[in-house]
Design a protein around this ligand. Structure first.
Ligand code: SAM
Length: 244
């Protein structure tokens, strides 16, 4: 029978494509891609000849019935976005819900994702965490969301484009206070870099030279009750305690 496969693609480094993702794309009847030209480069690289159909935020309503009908006729469809996991700040969610409603199996593949990749090297508490994605662009709406997040105790993960980064970090500082935060830049790529500091320090950085792709991670409201082992003084004390 038909099925919907959700296939992650690399977020920069093509070697992060999984063997299974290649296999599923090869064997699918059709690939539903956010940008078929972009995905074609990936398919060429891995010598995958499966045909594609566009599936993006502007044709979702039109495409879903068509894709569901194909799967009901027994086709397997692999959905991909431009990078990383489908549905995560990318198209996919509505198609997943339609497939669930139509009793079509939905099969997710694990793989590249900018948020969790950034989180595990950030040094911020890995759990609990919340993924927000892109904040609203309009200042008023953005401020409202930040206000709602103000008492959040979890590490919060955002996506942001480089040209809005400075402004967004400044807004975060204004509403959340000058918390610790991390910018994870160009993950899996040549210029991968982690910039750690307070929101005001990171704002200064971003206003000077924000280039490439960034994940923004912000510490939750309550500071860790445990000693902060990334601070020299706390670490010295903890080591002294340990040998005492
Ligand atoms: N679906 C993707 C995922 O699973 O991570 C996210 C797609 S979203 C449209 C694109 C945003 O993800 C970028 O603006 C950036 O914030 C983040 N991003 C994607 N790739 C990245 C990378 N290599 N390094 C840092 N951030 C990245």
């Amino acid at each position: 029978g038909g099925a919907l496969y959700l296939v992650p693609t690399p977020i920069g480094n093509l070697d992060d494509m999984t063997f299974r993702a290649i296999d599923v794309l090869n064997q699918a009847d059709l690939i539903a891609a956010e940008d078929t030209r972009n995905t074609q480069k990936l398919l060429n690289h891995f010598e995958i000849e499966t045909k594609q159909i566009s599936f993006h935020e502007h044709n979702t309503q039109q495409r879903i019935p068509e894709l569901i009908a194909r799967m009901q006729q027994g086709e397997t469809i692999a959905q991909v976005s431009d990078a990383g996991m489908p549905s995560i700040s990318d198209p996919g969610h509505e198609l997943v819900n339609a497939a669930i409603a139509a009793d079509i199996p939905v099969v997710p593949l694990p793989g590249a994702n900018a948020a969790t990749t950034a989180l595990i090297a950030s040094g911020l508490a890995p759990q609990p965490f919340m993924f927000y994605g892109f904040l609203p662009r309009k200042a008023g709406q953005q401020q409202q969301v930040l206000n709602e997040l103000k008492n959040e105790m979890q590490t919060i993960i955002f996506y942001e484009s480089p040209h809005r980064l400075g402004k967004t970090l400044a807004a975060m500082q204004e509403v959340l206070g000058d918390r610790q935060a991390v910018l994870a830049r160009e993950l899996t790529k040549k210029f991968e870099e982690f910039i750690r500091g307070s929101l005001s320090e990171l704002t200064t950085y971003a206003n000077e030279d924000a280039r490439g792709e960034y994940v923004v991670l912000v510490a939750g409201k309550t500071p860790d009750a445990l000693p902060d082992l990334s601070s020299d003084d706390d670490l010295k004390q903890a080591v002294a305690d340990a040998v005492a």
